[in-house]
Design a binder for this molecule. Structure first.
Ligand code: AMP
Length: 308
């Protein structure tokens, strides 16, 4: 079993979907990664920052799941990162209404001593310079560095993003962002270009259409489970990444063959995340439910065809 260190936002989100609207609720890339990966019963530590307005109960909830929050700095006089978004009828795309960086603006992450030897590091969606600073604080080189990012950072910090990508093994990115980063429409060509930027493995998330894993000439597809009700896709991408990293940390096998299983776990966990608003479903989820749903994934894709 390996230690997993995740850096990302711990945030307030206000979300609107065709099924309803929330006030400020718990969100953030670090929160979703932490909740998903903690299901694998591995040591997980989060590095982030919140303001004095952040309820301690949220950190207590994370601690109760075994997530180490020593690395979550609390700036009493500051305000927590706030993001607000709206989904239209097509829940695969969303518009960001507000991004208030607040305490994130001058965030200097501090990796707790106990996680400096983490073998898997998830650089969750955050300023690429912050992601780089986390890598610089580690003792030695981790076994696997996974990075997630979004268009917001491509628009505002592309140069820093390119720098950190050189030190990354796996990137998880959505299809639209892969096209933006590479300038290629074909996802196959996009993956090739991104591969040249540093990451040996490229995972392209396609929302309700599943995810693709690329490595050299190998390619693998994991479906998303068709669901009767999708309430809120927020955090699905981070949950996917948390599931991917959590499974690899648990199994300590970073081969391409095992990464295929890891993206199935990622898709599986994301299928739970979207069932309720915010973190609600992930907070109540247990590992048995995850295992039970794996069969549905297998049934969805397995077929027996004779090749001549
Ligand atoms: P996802 O739906 O997986 O892409 O992630 C949504 C989460 O990302 C929300 O909970 C937000 O708080 C967080 N988020 C939104 N914008 C940013 C940003 N620019 N940097 C980091 N986290 C963000």
């Amino acid at each position: 079993m390996s230690k997993l260190l995740a850096v990302g936002t711990v945030a307030f989100d206000a979300i609107e979907t065709p099924f309803g609207k929330t006030d400020k609720i718990l969100g953030g890339s670090g929160t979703f990664v932490g909740l998903a990966s903690s299901l694998f019963d591995i040591p997980v530590g989060i590095v982030s920052v919140v303001g004095g307005d952040f309820p301690k109960a949220h950190l207590d909830m994370m601690n109760s799941k075994g997530i180490n929050t020593e690395g979550v700095e609390v700036i009493e006089e500051g305000k927590t990162f706030f993001w607000s978004g709206v989904y239209h009828n097509d829940m695969n795309s969303r518009d960001t209404l507000v991004t208030e960086l607040n305490v994130l603006e001058n965030f200097e992450p501090v990796v707790p001593e106990s996680f400096k030897d983490a073998s898997i590091v998830m650089l969750g969606n955050l300023h690429p310079a912050t992601q780089m600073s986390v890598l610089d604080q580690l003792n030695g080189t981790p076994k696997l560095v996974v990075l997630d990012t979004m268009n917001f950072w491509m628009d505002s910090a592309l140069e820093d993003l390119h720098k950190v990508l050189k030190r990354v093994d796996v990137i998880t990115i959505n299809d639209e962002e892969a096209r933006q980063l590479s300038g290629e429409y074909s996802l196959l060509n996009a993956a090739k270009k991104i591969h040249e930027m540093g990451p040996k493995y490229v995972v392209i998330k396609k929302g309700e259409h599943g995810a693709l894993l690329f490595n050299d000439h190998n390619m693998f597809f994991a479906p998303a489970l068709p669901l009767a009700s999708v309430f809120d896709p927020t955090g699905a991408g981070d949950t996917f990444a948390g599931g991917f990293c959590g499974y690899l940390a648990k199994t300590e096998d970073i081969s391409f063959a095992n990464m295929k299983n890891a993206i199935i776990y990622g898709s599986n966990l994301a299928s739970f995340c979207v069932e309720k608003f915010g973190t609600e479903r992930m907070e109540s989820l247990n590992f048995q439910e995850v295992e039970n749903r794996l069969q549905a994934f297998r049934d969805l894709t397995q077929f027996d065809i004779k090749l001549s």
